[in-house]
Design a protein around this ligand. Structure first.
Ligand code: NAP
Length: 304
């Protein structure tokens, strides 16, 4: 069986940056992606803090440029899903859902993270019927309607602002009396007349027969229940890493993010992690790209 030097799993910004660096270093590598390149950035309307784009750039366009850049340096790309990884003597064996296993000397895990759900009554049943986790995808369906956004981090605040392009009113429901989002985003939200902050409140239930009609919320300070009539509920309450397939193989933190050293090496020899699936203080495109470059550099260094 053809043995690779490096397999990069996932083609968001971390995986694509790793692919650029690995391609330029002429490593015999493969970039594996379940669907199409991009990861979470694809559903980000506007990226305002990636250096080099002072006017901002759409997530789709940014990732499209990164994918073209990776392609230019010639790394082989394939669509398949990784089921598991195991050590075989001095190599690592990757089991795929579709094709045969792959043998490789090194792996960079760049599988990113996905949204967390609230776990409340009505959420699952009404997903796609007014409950959404992607404002860029579903925002335009709520023109002149009233929607709720749940969460207080950068995602919730940024997407609430985005949704005011379509919705006539956006309730931003947060469980505390202070937002977690960066100050610049907070200010934009506070200055936006279409956004109404609902503080200290948690969603208890999403109500609707065939589509969302309302949310029942509870104020944590007063313990009072109330109902907000909305046609859409956008949930941005954080993310969880896509690392289930390496559970038990590499060391993780309590939330399942992979622990690495500053070279992006995990606890398992030959396995590296980069981007949002890695345990670190700042999950951003710019840090994902930096991780990817460092990981590819570490692979090149360690193999030689
Ligand atoms: P996050 O920063 O973890 O924020 C999650 C928010 O959801 C917090 O406000 C949290 O409340 C709230 N929350 C968590 N569980 C909840 C629950 N069960 N019920 C109600 N509320 C709940 O997640 P994120 O906003 O998705 O961002 C993830 C990472 O991506 C962050 O590092 C962020 O900086 C980055 N990001 C950056 C940008 C940008 O730079 N423009 C945009 C998007 C995301 P508490 O505050 O009370 O914990």
């Amino acid at each position: 069986m053809d043995k690779k030097q490096l397999v990069i799993i996932g083609s968001g910004p971390a995986g694509l940056a790793a692919a650029i660096y690995a391609g330029r270093a002429e490593l015999h590598g493969l970039l594996l992606e379940k669907l199409s390149p991009g990861g979470q950035v694809l559903i980000t309307d506007r990226v305002e803090n990636y250096p080099g784009f002072p006017d901002g750039i759409s997530g789709f366009e940014l990732v499209d440029k990164m994918a073209a850049h990776a392609k230019k340096f010639g790394i082989e790309q394939r669509n398949d899903e990784v089921v598991s990884i195991e050590r075989r003597d001095d190599a690592l064996s990757i089991s795929l859902a579709g094709e045969d296993n792959i043998l490789t000397e090194a792996i960079i895990i760049a599988t990113g993270a996905t949204h967390r759900s609230l776990g409340v009554k009505g959420e699952k049943e009404l997903t796609g019927k007014g409950v959404s986790y992607c404002a860029t995808c579903d925002g335009p369906f709520f023109r002149d309607q009233v929607v709720a956004v749940v969460g207080g981090g950068d995602s919730a605040v940024q997407e609430a602002i985005f949704l005011t392009r379509f919705a006539k009113k956006v309730y931003l429901i947060h469980r505390r009396d202070e937002l977690r989002a960066t100050k610049v985003l907070q200010k934009k939200a506070f200055d936006n007349d279409s956004i109404e902050l609902v503080w200290d409140s948690v969603v208890e239930e999403i109500i609707g027969a065939d589509s969302v009609e309302a949310v029942r919320i509870r104020n944590k300070k007063t313990d009072q229940d109330s109902v907000l009539e909305v046609q859409g509920v956008f949930i941005f309450v954080g993310i969880q890493p896509n690392t289930g397939f390496v559970k038990g193989l590499v060391e993780m933190d309590e939330q399942g993010f992979i622990k690495t050293d500053e070279w992006m090496r995990t606890s398992e020899k030959g396995i590296y992690a980069a981007g949002d699936c890695r345990s670190k203080p700042l999950l951003q495109i710019v840090t994902a790209v930096s991780d990817g470059a460092t990981a590819a550099f570490a692979v090149e260094h360690d193999l030689s």
